[in-house]
Write a protein that binds this ligand. Structure first.
Ligand SMILES: Cc1cc2nc3c(=O)[nH]c(=O)nc-3n(C[C@H](O)[C@H](O)[C@H](O)COP(=O)(O)O)c2cc1C
Length: 323
């Protein structure tokens, strides 16, 4: 079981092409209204099928197998299970050709060749389904906090439909940047050192496969700005600031302004375009073109995943020290 969190713990199990996968969430308070419908908006936002995303079409209907009675949480761990039905295991063979840039080679080394290669196994973007499901619970616990995400660019373009279409024709893939904003967080969330708000969010952001960089506020530009430009002037007794270059966090602690962070995702490794790389079975360099169903630009599916991991991180900090 893969576990994250101190009190609001999430445990995830299963892989992309196993029969089922699931998430167990600890410390959900009793009496919270919870039904399958509560999950569907967020799960649908993550679903593939639109332009630039995978042709794998899973229903992604959560089965709440424990922790809920008469549509209310009982206080016991909430266990949610999903079926994996739309599978094409024949697209994946164990490390005959480790996809350049994917986790195939590193996973094979770590697990001595016994890891499940189907759909990338545990290294599949499908695992983020479980993060989104846990995020629904975290968002409920944290109400009335508001989580909102938007795509800043795909492949460097704010207006990205054309580049997505062109890249599909080229058999290539695209990365991008997504911003997440949390409104309503009181000052005081986060610890000054190891469990800073930035660290708690970042740790979960880097559980999203393909995340390569994170910045809070204007962090991606902080190196070139002067103090007089970066400083957020305080306007009133509540700590409201004129600008928000610090992304609502000072000293690892929320300062009462919106928490804003931005994540850069790499382009997917699985591309049809020919690449020369090491063929394990043949023991030589060979040209590879990756087939099967892949996201040309999975970034399109990530806004809701960022909201989920931010909510999970904040729910855990909240339980450690309610503000
Ligand atoms: C929702 C989602 C879908 C993804 N789909 C693909 C995909 O179809 N093909 C691919 O090569 N990578 C895809 N990725 C990225 C890989 O899972 C990731 O690059 C891989 O596990 C290696 O991890 P790393 O890039 O963080 O090193 C996806 C990621 C997410 C979040």
């Amino acid at each position: 079981m893969h576990t994250n969190g101190n009190l609001f713990k999430i445990h995830i199990w299963g892989t992309s092409h196993e029969k089922q996968m699931g998430v167990i969430v600890d410390a959900v308070p009793p009496g919270l209204p919870l039904s399958v419908d509560d999950f569907m908006d967020d799960l649908n936002r993550r679903r593939a099928g639109g332009p630039g995303t995978s042709k794998r079409t899973e229903q992604d209907i959560p089965q709440i197998v424990s922790g809920v009675y008469k549509d209310k949480t009982t206080g016991a761990p909430v266990h949610i299970v999903f079926e994996n039905k739309h599978q094409q295991p024949e697209d994946y063979t164990a490390l005959s050709f480790p996809r350049p840039g994917h986790a195939d080679f590193a996973a094979n080394q770590k697990y001595k060749g016994y890891n499940d290669p189907r759909g990338g196994g545990f290294f599949s973007g499908r695992m983020t389904l479980l993060l989104v499901a846990a995020g629904v619970l975290a968002k409920k616990i944290l109400k009335p906090l508001r989580f909102e995400s938007r795509i800043i660019n795909i492949g460097g373009h704010a207006d990205y439909d054309n580049i997505v279409n062109q890249t599909a024709k080229d058999g290539d893939s695209l990365g991008g940047e997504v911003e997440c904003r949390i409104d309503g967080l009181k000052p005081g969330f986060g610890e000054p050192f190891f469990n800073s708000l930035e660290a708690a969010i970042s740790q979960l952001v880097f559980s999203i496969p393909g995340a390569k960089a994170i910045a809070f506020g204007d962090g991606f530009n902080a190196d070139t700005m002067k103090g007089s430009e970066f400083n957020d002037v305080i306007l009133n007794a509540e700590g409201k600031t004129k600008t928000n270059h610090n992304g609502g966090i000072n000293g690892g602690i929320s300062n009462g302004n919106p928490v804003v962070f931005s994540v850069k995702f790499r382009p997917p490794a699985s591309i049809a375009k020919a690449q020369n790389s090491w063929h394990h079975r043949k023991g030589k360099m060979e040209t590879v073109s990756i087939g099967g169903r892949h996201d040309l630009c999975y970034v399109l599916r990530t806004p809701v995943i960022l909201e989920a991991v931010a909510a999970i991180a904040i729910a855990d900090l909240y339980m450690m020290r309610p503000v």
